[in-house]
Design a protein around this ligand. Structure first.
Ligand code: ZN
Length: 468
């Protein structure tokens, strides 16, 4: 029989063992809780619109449940995004992006159209092609890309006014990706506008390379006023967060036009007769007005913007290239709609408002210089359409006019070439092929060369007036 003393000691030992078991269980439960429940990043961003940060609600029916998980460590200094997803429904929609390391972020909204913007430092997006083309819940679509050197942006198009209920980086559990969550809930327009914070657009690093010539005088003159090789500015459309048109196979316009533009630059440079500059040389967004300014400040003799078109589902048979020039009145309804689409690049990339007013556009079009430039442009259009016709398919009406913002310049002929339709199977196959791209670039270069050789004969540029 145990003594009273032994019984007391036994009870004390059992109590201590019980406490130990409770403590072990509590530690296991805490360790098993989702990392988000600790709410580690509630104060991570000064841009949080939300005040009622809540524990993570269940995300219903993820559309892309098997997205890849970025477990590989990021290269030093570089951040990768290897997964993005949407969850929830029209009452609460969650946008998720998986990052290789925590980064500072700004999340804010823009109206007309309703958008949620996520600004991040430079991120390498390694996401599946076509991701973001369709939406879920309150999100219609989303896109991502380089917005300016060193700065990436995600633009989320929403179906209506929304509130950012939560926007934060969630700390990873061991081995899991760092996750940026943005939770959106519906609201009315008045509340949306009242909650909007003034967007301080940080000064953009110039995306353009090489540096601009501030004191350029005119086509065919160098900064010192002496004759110089004519500057040709090639403008690959879209870039970065602005994909442009999307093809049947999810190929994006921004990639195709950059590839053709590089080939055209190489072909022109190889002649040794031109100084060739590009408004972008990589996959980065460049605002439309910056492209125009670049052309003006480099005193270009020719500005050629390169694009690829898309048509509606009922017009998928439409194919071929078209050359567009500037006009206050569009030559036809399709040209007007195309100009609207191309002019929306800044909105797509999440810039607030165009910097040029309609009055400014009108004054450009009635400028005396424009009349002189119109003559030069007509010469060039003739050479261009004839040159292209020999090599690539053209639309039945290969020269059209509309009010393209990127063509609003009077110092040099400015044209916008739509190389073909990414919504047409034949055109898309050709546009993607290296062989076709090389032929198209060769045809463009030959047409440009024809125009300048005629200019030389007629001594239209100072460079040629000097007897070169
Ligand atoms: Zn375009």
């Amino acid at each position: 029989m145990p003594t009273a003393q032994q019984q007391m000691e036994g009870r004390a030992l059992r109590r201590r063992l019980c406490w130990l078991a409770y403590l072990t269980l509590a530690v296991q439960v805490l360790a098993a809780l989702p990392a988000q429940a600790a709410d580690p990043g509630a104060a991570a961003s000064p841009w949080l619109t939300a005040t009622n940060v809540q524990p993570e609600p269940p995300v219903a029916q993820s559309k892309n449940a098997n997205r890849p998980s970025p477990r590989a460590p990021a290269a030093r200094g570089e951040t990768f995004a290897r997964g993005a997803d949407l969850g929830g429904d029209a009452r609460r929609t969650r946008f998720i992006i998986d990052l290789s390391q925590p980064v500072p972020h700004q999340v804010f909204t823009l109206a007309d159209p309703y958008r949620v913007i996520i600004d991040l430092p430079s991120v390498k997006f390694q996401l599946p092609q076509g991701l973001g083309a369709s939406g879920q819940g309150l999100v219609k679509a989303f896109r991502y890309g380089l917005f300016a050197p060193g700065k990436s942006r995600i633009v989320i198009d929403t179906a209506g006014p929304v509130l950012i209920e939560r926007a934060q980086i969630v700390d990873p559990r061991t081995g899991a990706p760092v996750r940026l969550l943005v939770d959106l809930t519906p609201t009315d327009r008045a509340t949306f506008l009242a909650r909007q914070r003034p967007v301080v657009q940080q000064a953009r690093q110039p995306a353009l390379n090489p540096p601009l010539r501030q004191d350029a005088l005119a086509c065919g003159r160098g900064a010192d006023g002496r004759p110089a090789r004519p500057v040709i500015v090639i403008d690959p459309g879209h870039g970065g967060v602005d994909n442009g048109a999307i093809g049947i196979s999810h190929v994006v316009e921004k990639d195709i036009v950059l590839s053709v533009a590089r080939r055209l630059r190489d072909a022109l440079t190889a002649t040794g007769r031109y100084q060739v500059l590009m408004t972008r040389e990589e996959d980065v967004f460049v605002p439309l007005d910056d492209r125009v300014e670049f052309s003006q400040r480099t005193a270009s003799c020719l500005f050629i913007s390169i694009h690829a078109d898309s048509a509606g589902i009922f017009t998928h048979r439409v194919r071929g290239a078209t050359v567009y020039t500037l006009s206050e009145t569009a030559s036809d309804e399709e040209a007007r709609q195309l100009a609207d689409k191309e002019n929306s690049s800044d909105l797509i990339a999440g810039l607030p408002l165009p910097r040029k007013s309609q009055d400014e556009v009108k004054s450009i079009l009635t400028d005396l210089l424009q009349r002189e430039n119109d003559v030069r442009t007509r010469f060039f259009i003739g050479d261009l359409t004839e040159g292209l016709r020999k090599t690539i398919a053209l639309t039945p009406q290969p020269h059209r006019e509309a009010r393209f913002r990127v063509l609003q310049q009077v110092h040099a002929p400015a044209v916008l070439v739509e190389l073909g339709f990414l919504t047409n199977r034949t055109d898309e196959t050709l546009l993607k092929s290296a062989d076709w791209q090389a032929r198209a670039a060769g045809a463009l270069a030959a047409a440009i060369d024809t125009y300048f050789s005629k200019s030389k004969q007629q001594a239209r540029h100072p460079f040629y007036q000097a007897g070169r």
